[in-house]
Design a binder for this molecule. Sequence first.
Ligand code: SF4
Length: 78
Amino acid sequence: MVPPKNTCKHIGYCALTRDDAGYSPELVRIIRTKWCHADYTQCARYRVARVLGPKAVPVDFFPTEIERTETFLAQTAS
Ligand code: SF4
């Protein structure tokens, strides 16, 4: 099934949004509302996953960590 246009294609297997990630349901709900089903192109996890694949993004890498994105990608490239 193709996700709706404004839904991140990584939802469902992005580690941060999985139930077994260990984060509170309220935090996961906020992330899904603000990023996964809305402005996912502004999600730091999405930006890393576009380059390295969703499985390469650590579970403690949060959508707000845009500044960490470049550092993380540079570290993985070296
Ligand atoms: S947290 Fe980011 S990468 Fe993960 S599903 Fe949501 S928008 Fe996509």
